[in-house]
Design a protein around this ligand. Sequence first.
Ligand SMILES: Cc1cc2nc3c(=O)[nH]c(=O)nc-3n(C[C@H](O)[C@H](O)[C@H](O)COP(=O)(O)OP(=O)(O)OC[C@H]3O[C@@H](n4cnc5c(N)ncnc54)[C@H](O)[C@@H]3O)c2cc1C
Length: 616
Amino acid sequence: MPRISRRDFLNGMALTIAPGLTPAAQLAADPARYPPALTGLRGQHPGSFEVAHEIARGPRGRIDEGAIEESYDLVVVGGGISGLAAAWFFRRAAGPEARILVLDNHDDFGGHAKRNEFTLERRLIIGYGGSQSIQSPRTLYSDVARGLLRDLGVDIGRFDTAFDRNLYSSLGLSRGVFFAREAFGSDVLVPGDFMTRPANEPARLRGPKLREEVVAAFPISQASKAQLLALYDATHDPLAGRSVAEKLRLLKTTSYRDYLIKICGCSDEVANCFQGRTLGFFALGSDAVPAAELREFGYPGFAGLGLPASEYPEWQEPYIYHFPDGNASLARLLVRALVPGVAPGDTMDDVVLARFDYAALDREEHNTRIRLDSTCIDVRHASERVVVDYVRAGTPHRIDAKHVVLACFHMVIPHIAADLPAAQRHALSQNVKAPLVYTNVLVRDWQPWIRLKVFDISAPMSFHSRVALDFPVSLGGYRHPRDPGEPMLLHLQHVPGAPNSGLDARAQFRIGAATLLGMAFSDFEQIIRDELDRMLGPGGFSSARDIAAITVNRWPHGYGYVANSLFDGDDYEEITALARRPFGRIAIANSDAGGDAYAHIAIDQAERAVRELLQG
Ligand SMILES: Cc1cc2nc3c(=O)[nH]c(=O)nc-3n(C[C@H](O)[C@H](O)[C@H](O)COP(=O)(O)OP(=O)(O)OC[C@H]3O[C@@H](n4cnc5c(N)ncnc54)[C@H](O)[C@@H]3O)c2cc1C
């Protein structure tokens, strides 16, 4: 085992992080560990991030001379979809004899692709804690990503029947909007929706009421209601007199909130009806999302501008490509293909209920191994090898490999790969991830939703900007609840930040991440109970009686950074290209390397990184 120098930060750190590591260390010691069934604070859970944060605070610690404990052909840092896919592509190219180790700092594999399980009255209920769905696979997926899905046995057409697109509408439920008293004076839930999108879902999910009827029930002034409805008026051009190019430029450099207030003449009240609606997709409120982006998404206010219609075929694909545990099934399929004996079965159906044996992930007799609870702290070349140092349960270890793929967050890499050129480290540091929280609340039944006639609530000024019944997917022997008397998972989204502060996206993300890290489970629980009681109470909901379990998936480092025309120049693609450059025997993957936060990008970037190593 390597010796750590006296001056090294790890000495001090061992004192400060030992309590945080205790659960992980306990889990590691427990052969029956089964992380998907853990409730409470999950996502980037206590015990997973402390070592990395200590390194980021610096000064960087290097382990003094120490023996190499193990040698591999490939070490992958990061066991998310990208890291697992990198292991898969490498093994395909190098053959099954190749020795591969995947390191990840969490107690579960999959990174953002996280499975949450619950058991209530001996019934298993499966949810997703992060990476939600396969987004628009027919239009967005490359041949590489599609090929991997095919090789893993994923047939996209299977979701046509697995996802029940009629369940909620057949019960008379539609989307709805919740207005919180703090911003709107009173708590009001309005069934029906006033938006024309998403384009990829049937109109019936917006409910039977006309837009005018829905808006009439909003707790805003008559003048504001008129302003809101006028946004849909195609005969009025708020930018009359400007050329098409000028209009497009202005929309790229003006936030939607500013567009509504300063250009369309709307009140704050109207802007507040949209404020948090953008959070789920952009992790930013409408004050930090360019108007141009929301024009593409069908937000109102643009119909009279006379601009060419934008064609985004991906938004025409239905949003149904969802396993009961979201993209965690992709991670599980990869792990099952990589590690012998870890789980039974060989189809996309049987992976849903397959029980994974976590004790089998890291066995000496296997050529591919996945080591959890392990944070990489240093990667550097040493003659023809790469030395990798990592910390597990408070103990430093040293291994080496012929090749390394860094499939971890880009913002971590400058702290663990000091040999990279300074310009590349700077480029990597520009990828500030967006914080967000996906919470699963298990309720004993969902009768209140039937009484309130909603299945998906947007709450534009609440802590949780979206509260919804889980996606109705039945697959591989797993049956989604159909009867409102059955237990159900509620999906809650929260995005912290600094809305309306004038700060740019990165600054808002940093503030949001720090806020999340400062919150205990009890803080979340109190807000969850309060908001659900206020939203659903009129339908007979009582948090004290109806909630059976809560899992808060907290992601201080969630979506990878996506260029934002309010804050970034046109050079973000160049910055990303510089960030992902291979360096000697080290290649760089993760969805961050593609400049977008999607599973298919994570896969594409894994394949590219492995190709670079093998061609290099
Ligand atoms: C809440 C949420 C919802 C999302 N929804 C969707 C969706 O619907 N569809 C979609 O396509 N994408 C979605 N995404 C994007 C998601 O990021 C990608 O789908 C995909 O999971 C990214 O995989 P990755 O391997 O690139 O990164 P990650 O999943 O982040 O994996 C990287 C891993 O590296 C680990 N790591 C970091 N530093 C170290 C270190 N020093 N040592 C060891 N390990 C380290 C990280 O902790 C992490 O486990 C969502 C993301 C979030 C957060």
